[in-house]
Design a protein around this ligand. Structure first.
Ligand code: HEC
Length: 211
């Protein structure tokens, strides 16, 4: 007994029993989905690449970064302000890209995400670092504690000796970052704080709005 006899018995019309019909359907669906995938991939790049819709260019680290609640979007969004170079030096686009690349490689090589989260990936043993640059604790706690006059200097000092400046019951171990590594990490953190994450992590803005 062949397939068509089977389907005649089951009352299925000839077209549906024909394997060519199903093969053509599978091929057509795969082709349409591949086109969709290509479109969505290209479209995502418009949002997620540096200089894209949600992600600023690397040299945004030369500017002031604020964080404000946007009532129309019901989310906290970064506000890029005037000039505020890190460590007192304005960097070029290429220098900023290189610093941020180094910072990212420090973060990857030291497995900071075993304890911390970036953009929803990682662990919650330590604070979420996506918007850490904007944390009021740098000004309120770590600048006085480290005796440093700027946020970036306090961050470098903390990253090089986190065991010396604890602020709560969970401690960050000393990962022996060099000063250059710590500076690059701070550049990376300043850049991620300027990324429009649609208000993620939630409620971080409320923390920022406290006096
Ligand atoms: C073993 C877990 C652990 C690892 C690994 C770790 N941290 Fe931490 N980190 C913590 C904890 C816990 C705190 C909170 C410390 C405190 O406030 O006293 C913290 C705090 C921080 C803060 C301050 C965050 C804020 O806004 O309050 C930064 C920035 C930071 N870590 C960066 C890093 C980087 C960069 C790495 C990798 C080079 C790293 N951490 C690796 C546990 C860790």
């Amino acid at each position: 007994m062949n397939a068509s006899e089977d389907s005649v018995r089951a009352g299925v019309s000839g077209d549906l029993a024909d394997p060519i019909f199903w093969r053509a359907g599978a091929i057509a669906t795969t082709v349409v989905m591949l086109i969709m995938l290509a479109f969505l991939t290209i479209d995502s790049y418009r949002y997620i690449s540096a200089g894209g819709i949600n992600v600023p260019k690397y040299d945004v680290i030369n500017q002031q970064i604020g964080y404000q609640y946007d009532w129309s979007r019901h989310a906290d969004v970064p506000v890029i302000g005037g000039s505020q170079p890190m460590f007192g030096h304005t960097v070029t686009q290429a220098q900023a890209a290189e610093l941020i690349r180094q910072g990212k490689s420090v973060i990857q090589s030291r497995a900071c995400m075993d304890c911390h989260t970036f953009f929803g990936n990682g662990a919650y043993y330590g604070p979420d670092l996506t918007k850490s640059w904007l944390d009021p604790a740098w000004r309120q706690i770590w600048m006085p504690m480290t005796g440093k006059a700027t946020r970036e200097d306090a961050m470098v000092e903390f990253l090089m000796h986190p065991d010396k400046y604890p602020t709560w019951n969970r401690r960050m171990p000393n990962l022996h970052l060099s000063e250059a590594e710590a500076r690059a990490t701070v550049a990376y953190l300043k850049w991620t704080s300027a990324v429009d994450t649609n208000g993620f992590p939630a409620n971080f803005g409320q923390v920022v709005r406290q006096p």
